[in-house]
Design a protein around this ligand. Structure first.
Ligand SMILES: [Zn+2]
Length: 116
């Protein structure tokens, strides 16, 4: 999937230049990892399972908090210990609220009494 770095429209394979902006499209994942550097995103939670991050992402977005999942399963990330490493990122402004929501979710999970 390619994305226009200017208007952030996404295009299917075969399109290399944004017809609206006349700007060359970039790889969406690369664009998003670039966003982490330029915008103020913080890691609010890390886990090894993508579904766990996605569950929290759904909860946070339900609370109106913008989130992004970054997976370090990529080829250029050498495996050291952890097999996979998933980060849930939020903007710095939302970090406190997001941490609180995740804490609540995790404490509810413990109270719901699975025999683990
Ligand atoms: Zn564009």
């Amino acid at each position: 999937m390619l994305i226009c770095p200017n208007c952030e429209a996404e295009y299917n394979d075969g399109v290399t230049v944004c017809p609206d902006c006349d700007v060359e499209l970039v790889d969406k994942q690369e664009f998003e990892s670039h966003l982490i550097d330029t915008k103020d995103w913080e890691t609010v939670y890390t886990c090894s399972e993508l579904y766990e991050a996605e569950m929290l992402k759904a909860n946070l977005e339900g609370a109106g908090i913008e989130t992004m999942i970054v997976s370090k399963k990529d080829r250029n990330f050498p495996t050291v210990g952890d097999l996979s490493f998933v980060r849930l990122m939020v903007k710095k402004d939302d970090l406190d609220a997001a941490s609180q929501i995740i804490q609540d979710i995790n404490s509810n999970k413990n109270e719901s009494g699975d025999n683990l």
